[in-house]
Design a protein around this ligand. Structure first.
Ligand code: GLN
Length: 492
């Protein structure tokens, strides 16, 4: 049998269609890999029985020459997506025992297209974090290690289960979500590809809400082609999400390999941070050289509002989170405290027990910036700056087709290194939050390694709904960077 670990999603799809492998074989191979990868803690729930059932149904279709575009392909699902009848936790104690009665639009589209669910992936609690250290279900470990050094490293966050599982080949591809960088930063730290689509491209229905005006789902995959295949299945208009946009979903795979000649690539000078590691600076310059060799024109641009992006994000995101998380009251979902005298103490103690420290911090900040006395000074002002960030991108995209930046300001760091320093942790998203604030698409592509052998990604940002140009650029970057190294299987 073909070694599943060596196949990309696209190769697996083709092998399934040509019947050289069955979905059940692929599913069993992944399930046994997941079992041997327990030390990575990438999954919160493994749905082995369901996976085999789905795989058998796929095999019946495949045997008749039928089935969807990803028929029989085993996938990992971030535990922020509601899955009917399957425990959905958002990695929070407060959602203990929550078995949704409905399926998120994204996952139902993946099943419609033939995907097989292997299980639910670990993440930061309610997607708040950059290191997957805020999960109630424990840290996720990055399959990558520094050469000659055993320190456990973060796979990034909040989609750390997704990035770790894809990097360790525990699933053919994974779903993830990105509110400030949670698809792109973990992808950068694990040599995987991560795509955050335009706001409105993918339905948020059935995805546990963090900050509704920023949240967007997308894939984490082994390569650019796989991301194109996944996004096509995940995207599309959904009447159940009023912010989802009614535009046809292009065949993103079809544009891969098309020439990028003549594309203008912007270099935003504000993304050159003080104290940024020289290796990242060097890789970024290499990225421009690759794009230039492919026929692109490199154009200097300026995005002066960039310095306000993180402060704006840490007002807007907690404000929305404080409102979204008000629903967890011990009545409607999950955990309820045993320790109460009246309804108020039931609410208070349930929330005190159910939420972790980072989530509480966000609720406190969010409630503060929305309070009557501070609304204008913080929330309203942040919204105004957010609009300026959007305007700046609109202006930049009148001059360039794509913007190239590093994906993250550092390689994977050690667990515990930043977990007691929220500001250091928040800085992880300095290159990615602007994309969420402006609603534009962004993607991270593996581009190289640091001196210790740890992966580094480069980010491409594109015009709203121009994922096709972004994919063309991503493919060109991937071809030039030729990143093929894989983490050593120390856990097996
Ligand atoms: N790291 C950021 C935060 O903690 C972004 C998280 C995300 O994109 N979900 O809020």
């Amino acid at each position: 049998m073909t070694n599943i670990a060596d196949l990309t999603l696209a190769q697996l799809r083709d092998a399934l269609k040509s019947k050289s492998i069955t979905s059940l074989e692929a599913t069993d191979a992944y399930l046994s890999r997941i079992e041997s990868a327990n030390p990575l803690n990438a999954f919160i729930t493994v749905t082995g029985d369901k996976a085999r059932e789905m795989a058998k149904a796929s095999d019946e279709k495949l045997a008749k020459g039928e089935g969807g575009p990803i028929e029989g392909v085993p996938l990992g699902i971030k535990d922020l997506f509601c899955t009917e009848g399957t425990l959905t936790t958002a990695a929070s104690h407060i959602l203990d025992g929550f078995h949704p009665r409905y399926e998120s639009t994204v996952t139902s589209q993946l099943w419609r297209d033939g995907g097989v669910m292997l299980g639910k992936l670990n993440m930061d609690e309610f997607a708040m974090g950059s290191s997957n250290e805020t999960s109630f279900y424990g840290n996720v470990i990055n399959p990558w290690k520094r050469e000659g050094d055993d320190t456990p490293l973060t796979p990034g966050g909040s989609s750390g289960g997704s990035s770790s599982a894809v990097a360790a080949r525990l699933c053919a591809a994974a779903t993830a979500t990105d509110t400030g960088g949670s698809i792109r930063q973990p992808a950068s730290l694990t040599a995987t590809v991560g795509v955050k689509p335009t706001y409105g491209r993918v339905s948020r229905w059935g995805v546990v809400a963090f900050a509704s005006s920023l949240d967007q789902a997308g894939p984490i995959t082994q390569d650019v082609r796989d991301a194109a295949i996944m996004l096509r299945s995940m995207a599309g208009h959904d009447p159940k999400d009023s912010t989802s946009v009614d535009r046809p979903v292009p065949d993103y795979e079809a544009v891969l390999g098309q020439s990028v000649k003549g594309l203008k690539i912007g270099v935003p000078k504000e993304y050159r941070l003080d104290g940024m590691p020289a290796e990242i600076e060097k890789l970024w310059a290499e990225g421009f050289a690759w794009m230039k060799d492919a026929g692109c024109e490199i154009v200097d641009i300026s995005l002066p509002m960039t310095k306000y992006a993180l402060p704006v994000y840490y007002i807007v995101a907690p404000a929305e989170a404080s409102s979204n998380l008000a629903r967890y009251d011990g009545v409607k979902y999950g955990h309820r405290t045993d320790n109460y005298e009246d309804i108020l103490s039931m609410y208070e103690n349930t929330r005190a027990e159910g939420f972790g420290d980072e989530v509480k911090r966000r609720i406190l900040i969010g409630t503060y910036v929305l309070s009557a006395g501070y609304y204008d000074a913080y929330y309203l002002r942040a919204q105004k700056v957010r609009k300026k960030i959007f305007d700046e991108f609109t202006d930049a995209f009148s001059k360039v087709d794509l913007i190239l930046t590093p994906s993250a300001p550092s390689v994977a760091f050690g667990l515990g290194e930043k977990s007691n320093d929220p500001i250091q942790m928040y800085l992880n998203d300095v290159f990615t939050v602007t994309g969420n604030l402006a609603g534009i698409p962004g993607a991270s592509v593996p581009a190289g390694f640091d001196k210790n052998g740890l992966p580094l990604g480069l980010q491409l940002l594109a015009r709203p709904f121009d994922e096709e140009t972004m994919f063309k650029g991503m493919y060109a970057l991937e071809q030039a960077a030729k990143v093929s190294a894989r983490p050593k299987e120390w856990w097996a």
